[in-house]
Write a protein that binds this ligand. Structure first.
Ligand SMILES: *Cc1c(COP(=O)(O)O)cnc(C)c1O
Length: 345
């Protein structure tokens, strides 16, 4: 059975065009910086984000970790959101591998960190305190609903960080979704940041890989640390070839995923037994709860939906997150709504 897979946009398989480009990719040893396809991808990513240089990394998690390791010394502190991926979902890598201390402050409902929360979180110079080195925001903010943060907000965080001699990193795993949803360029969205990580392997449909972007000096150090972590890859142009299609083509079609998420949410709003978050979706993620008094929990609903060919990943025993992507078409939207109606009634 061909499943309709809504668990994440990480499930996206490469397109036929990607498979072809991968088969024909010119390659070399990337540890010697000899892979022409990787070099092209890195140039393109840096250009699109308006930074000096970039580095192809195996995963978003490694990209964020490298940024933290380059920016921070052992014992330094980083200000992060309490709902952020880097705080919740990266296996504590910053602490375990970098000796970096996460200072988590509340993510607001709109996905931001309030400037009035960031300011007092910056440690004053005192022998008792850690040294605050970095502020990290996430755009789109996944747990807060896939909500995009604005250019104005990002500028304000940059100004606050730099005004206090802090560095500024953006976990932009889905920064192209954030840009598409607001009709702005990615370049504008990341302009104030010292470094940015974004994923090729989510909505952009590549099979593997993320990009870390920043100054030449930052990337040179990140390249050294990537080797240390075992992330120096060889003829990896076979993957970069897909990444180039992600940047050139797939980054321009994310609006379709957002439109389908809206259409799917509108359909689900009509289903008795489901309660959707008001005003959502913002991008490609739809969050909703089972209504009070539901006969089944989210795990049981997930089982029943699977029998109907639809894969879900429940967030809790009451809550779901559905993600639209390249392989979810209009026909799938209708089938998903119909399956929920059948399963719940
Ligand atoms: C997926 C994700 C990452 C990490 O990417 P992986 O490639 O899965 O390691 C980091 N941040 C956010 C917000 C993500 O959604």
């Amino acid at each position: 059975m061909e499943f309709i897979d809504l668990r994440s946009d990480t499930v996206t398989k490469p397109t036929p065009e990607m498979r072809e480009a991968m088969a024909e990719a010119e390659v070399g040893d990337d540890v010697y910086m000899d892979d022409p396809t990787v070099n092209k991808l890195q140039e393109k990513a840096a250009e699109m984000l308006g930074k000096e240089d970039s580095l192809f990394v195996p995963s978003g998690t490694m990209g964020n970790l490298l940024a933290l390791l380059v920016h921070c010394q052992r014992g330094d502190e980083v200000i992060v959101g309490d709902c952020s991926h880097v705080y919740l979902n990266e296996a504590g890598g910053m602490a375990a591998l970098g000796g970096i201390y996460p200072h988590a402050i509340k993510n607001q409902i709109d996905g931001t960190l309030a400037l009035d929360d960031i300011r007092p979180a910056i440690q004053s110079e005192n022998v008792h305190h850690t040294i605050t080195r970095l502020v990290c925001i996430e755009n789109t903010q996944n747990v807060c609903g896939g909500v995009p943060l604005t250019v104005e907000y990002t500028r304000a965080v940059g100004k606050l960080a730099h005004g206090n001699h802090l560095l500024f990193h953006i976990d932009g795993a889905r920064i192209f979704n954030a840009a598409a949803a607001q009709n702005v360029s990615v370049k504008e969205l990341v302009e104030p940041a010292d470094s940015v990580m974004f994923c090729l392997s989510k909505g952009l449909c590549s099979p593997v890989g993320s990009m870390l972007v920043g100054s030449k000096k930052f990337i040179a150090r990140a390249r050294h640390l990537r080797k240390m972590l075992g992330g120096g890859m060889r003829q990896v142009g076979v993957l970069a070839a897909a990444g180039l299609i992600s940047l050139e083509k797939m980054s321009k079609r994310l609006g379709e995923d957002h439109a389908r998420a809206k259409k799917l949410a509108d359909g689900l709003r009509q289903v008795e037994g489901l309660v959707l978050d008001a005003g959502t979706p913002f991008t490609n993620m739809i969050y909703f709860d089972l209504a009070d008094g539901a006969r089944m929990n989210a795990f049981q609903v997930t089982e029943k939906m699977k029998e109907r060919g639809i894969l879900l990943d429940p967030d809790t025993d009451r809550r779901f997150r559905l993600v639209t992507h390249y392989w979810i078409d209009d026909a799938a939207v209708g089938k998903i709504v119909e399956a929920f109606v059948k399963v719940l009634n």
